[in-house]
Design a protein around this ligand. Structure first.
Ligand SMILES: [Zn+2]
Length: 353
């Protein structure tokens, strides 16, 4: 089952559960001190065909407004990550906070989300993958979406194996997107990885970068944002690799170099980190230790969860709540009460591996 399907099922079941008030039973023990929310892109809806599993990380400006309205209505205080860290160090036990974070460094964080957050005076963090503003990242997931939507079949040979996909229906386009994404993700360490991308997309090396400037924040944008006290700039590695697959030296480079590159550009210290992908298979104990040892105040994963006082000594692996296209108000109730994290982690509050 794709992650989009799972999210969709939760959004269908959520109104029934929240209507019955079941989630309220979890809140006293599992709502915790608050939440850190994960966003990616914020874009107005359009009528173009899209791949659902890819689209799900984008939300509309209206949905961002609705999320803000939800947390205001529920009496949460909007805080920065420095404040999350300070609250934990002070041993806060009785608070209700929410922190907004955006991953990767997309341009719409500045052009669409920022005016909304500014109007509501909401602190937020953007985690930058430094190859984005350096225009050295191939945003292959957008190329893949284009290829799957525009073609009826995709064929390529990789490491002596012929790959052939038919994508002439809506369902086969969805599955082809998932299957080729897996092939690409599993091949990123191979030296001629770009050969694979050129083969899949039938593009020249230069054309592989066609989305780079269009979709990402420039260093100039990042400097403008960081000049606003509402905005915190965090690090999200240089290349956005799944960190657990890297050798130790490469791992350290990815984390340290992204911190240094951002600090050079914004002339401020970078003290917050987000693990790329952030699931247990992509970052775990070794990565958490390194982020802590390199002096970051916080590191955030994509494990679902609320923040508890017990996170005071584990700020290098804070869980988050993802806000995606199917995150309705009912889903937010299930997440913020701690009910969904309780089910996923079987009651465990602090996930350290
Ligand atoms: Zn990311």
């Amino acid at each position: 089952m794709s992650s989009y399907t799972k999210k969709k099922i939760i959004s269908v079941v959520a109104p029934v559960i929240s209507g019955l008030g079941v989630h309220k039973l979890f809140a006293p023990g599992y709502a915790g001190l608050g939440q850190v929310l994960t966003f990616h892109r914020v874009l107005p809806k359009d009528n173009k065909d899209r791949i659902h599993n890819h689209l799900s990380l984008e939300i509309s400006p209206e949905q961002l407004e609705a999320t803000i309205a939800f947390y205001k209505k529920e009496g949460y205080t909007f805080v920065s990550l420095d404040q999350v860290y300070d609250l934990l160090q002070k041993g806060a036990t009785n608070t209700k906070f929410v922190a907004f974070t955006f991953d990767d460094g997309y341009i719409d964080n500045y052009t669409v989300a920022y005016p909304i957050l500014k109007a509501h005076n909401i602190p937020f963090t953007i985690y930058i993958t430094t190859n984005f503003p350096d225009y050295r990242a191939v945003l292959w997931w957008y190329l893949l979406e284009d290829a799957v939507l525009n073609r009826s079949s995709i064929e390529f040979t990789w490491q002596g194996v012929e790959h052939k996909y038919t994508c002439d229906t809506k369902a086969s386009k969805e599955s082809t997107f998932d299957e080729i994404r897996t092939v690409i993700n599993q091949s990123f360490r191979v030296n001629d990885y770009k050969t694979l991308l050129k083969g899949v997309f039938q593009k020249t090396e230069i054309q592989l970068y066609e989305y780079s400037k269009k979709l990402v924040l420039s260093w100039e944008d990042i400097r403008t944002l960081s000049a606003d006290p509402l905005c915190t700039i965090g690090a999200h590695t240089v290349n956005h690799y799944p960190l657990s697959q890297l050798e130790k030296e490469k791992l350290q480079y990815e984390i340290e170099e992204s911190k240094h590159r951002i600090e050079k550009q914004i002339v401020d210290s970078v003290e917050h980190f987000a693990y790329p992908f952030g699931k247990p298979t992509e970052s775990s104990i070794r990565e958490f230790e390194m982020v802590k040892n390199l002096g970051f105040k916080t590191g955030v994963t994509t494990r679902i969860g609320n923040i508890f006082a017990q996170h005071r000594y584990k700020t290098e692996c804070l869980p988050r709540i993802s806000v995606n296209r199917v995150t309705t108000e009912d889903v937010l109730y299930l997440q913020s009460s701690g009910m969904l994290p309780f089910i996923v982690h079987r009651g465990k509050k602090v996930i350290t591996n």
